[in-house]
Design a protein around this ligand. Structure first.
Ligand code: CMP
Length: 154
């Protein structure tokens, strides 16, 4: 099974959307294996958004991400990275498809509620930036037998 890292950004926290967002992933059949509240500092944000360092919005993005703590999660499932990206929707909230989290709750390109890993490689890097190994749990969920076929669980 694949893991993906999700952050509920400061706007999601302040708008009271943490439960809504977690509920969508739960209802999809994904498994929550890590969850905590974190205050991101410049060191983590410089590494997290290293690919945006030269962009004009980099400073604003860092300030935004430091407004409040964020809620960090690791979700597990078959093809979790691409599945979660679909549930989240495209970056610009007002262009995101209805039914996606951003499509249903966001208008902005910057204040877009949520981050989701864009590749398995980045998910592993991001996981290490905010979680210790012993904060990620491996457990058997009774739901797995209902959510997946026996072939998919192998
Ligand atoms: P995300 O795709 O999770 O990661 C990069 C973030 O940078 C993005 O969400 C937005 O929060 C922010 N971002 C991307 N493009 C812009 C932009 N043009 N202006 C301001 N913020 C942006």
């Amino acid at each position: 099974m694949q893991q993906s890292v999700v952050l509920v950004k400061p706007d999601g926290l302040q708008r009271g959307l943490i439960g809504e967002i977690i509920g969508r992933f739960e209802r999809k059949g994904l498994k929550l294996v890590g969850l905590k509240m974190v205050g991101l500092d410049d060191d983590v944000l410089d590494r997290w958004y290293a690919h945006h360092k030269e962009k004009p919005f980099f400073g604003g993005l860092k300030s935004f991400m430091k407004q409040t703590p964020i809620v960090a999660m690791v979700w597990e499932g078959l093809d979790a990275v691409s599945t979660i990206r679909k549930l989240v929707g495209v970056t610009k909230g007002r262009e995101a498809e209805g039914g996606s989290i951003r499509g249903d709750f966001a208008m902005s390109q910057s204040n877009n509620l949520i981050h989701a890993s864009d590749s398995e490689e980045n998910a592993q890097k991001e996981r290490k930036m905010v979680f210790e190994d012993d904060e990620i749990y491996s457990y058997v969920s009774g739901l797995d037998t209902l959510v997946y076929s026996s072939e998919e669980r192998e």
